[in-house]
Design a binder for this molecule. Structure first.
Ligand code: PGA
Length: 260
């Protein structure tokens, strides 16, 4: 079976000013262990990406964007294009539940965004997941998998293989209510199963699936057992350097670093 590189992402959302995120990044640079098996990815605000990318140069920290415009260029006041992000970020979130639920992005928009990210050689992190209502109505799987299918519809199997899917049950985001490891693993297995039936075995084995929703140092340790989960998307806890470092340490394995 293909070995998938683990990822831990910190989504700072709209929480930090540039001076505040400068301080946080400085602390993370000092405290983040260099010998962990996971990629560590930070998602600052758009105004901060250029500076953060400069500061992260030469470290193991990678950058991602929280969103992107669905068009490449043009008269779209206030939007940020994929061309503007090129060279600064490796990953781009598309369809985060806050984009879907607060800003009205539907699967069609998310699919266009995923496509534009891939076409510009960056990696989309396609977010999917059910709301509390949908969960209570027993629709978690149906909703999540239909979002997945619709959001990926412009991508080929090879492109899906290189992409990241983030399962983020909306009821677990920012609520302190973590989806337990067994339930998250079951959904991740269903997500991989759908990728298998739509795009084949190779894509299903390679695509990386993250869990997100109220992750802490403690739950990060538990999620390590989930074999279909390849990483964590962390919101609130990523604003605290100690907690975020603990999440990375607890979730990752240590790797030996060659000297010289
Ligand atoms: P949270 O956010 O960790 O604060 O629940 C997760 C997310 O929105 O990605």
């Amino acid at each position: 079976m293909a070995k998938r590189k683990k990822i831990v992402m910190g989504n700072w959302k709209m929480n930090l000013t540039v001076p505040e995120s400068t301080v946080l990044l400085e602390k993370l640079k000092k405290e983040m262990p260099g010998n962990v098996s996971s990629e560590v990815v930070l998602l600052p605000t758009f105004v901060d990406i250029y500076r953060a990318a400069e500061e992260a140069k030469g470290t193991k920290l990678l950058l991602g964007a929280q969103n992107v415009a669905e068009e490449e260029k043009g008269a779209y006041t206030g939007e940020v294009s994929i061309l503007a992000l090129k060279g600064f970020v490796k990953y781009v979130l598309v369809g985060h539940s806050e984009r879907r639920n607060i800003f009205g992005e539907n699967d069609k928009v998310v699919a266009k965004k995923a496509e534009i990210v891939v076409r510009h050689d960056m990696v989309p992190v396609i977010c999917i997941g059910e709301t509390l209502h949908e969960r209570e109505d027993g629709l978690s799987k149906v909703v999540t998998l239909s979002q997945l299918e619709a959001s990926c519809k412009h991508l080929t199997g090879e492109e899906i293989a290189e992409s990241v899917i983030a399962y983020e049950p909306v009821w677990a985001i920012g609520t302190g209510q973590v989806c337990d490891e067994k339930e998250a693993e079951k959904m991740a297995a269903d997500i991989r199963g759908l990728i298998h039936s739509l795009y084949g075995e190779k894509a299903a084995e390679k695509v990386r699936i993250l869990y997100g929703g109220s992750v802490t140092g403690k739950s990060a340790k538990e999620m390590k057992a989930a074999k279909n989960i390849d990483g964590l998307l962390v919101g609130g806890a990523s604003l605290d350097h100690k907690e975020f470092t603990a999440i990375v340490k607890n979730y990752s394995s240590e790797i030996s670093v060659k000297k010289g």
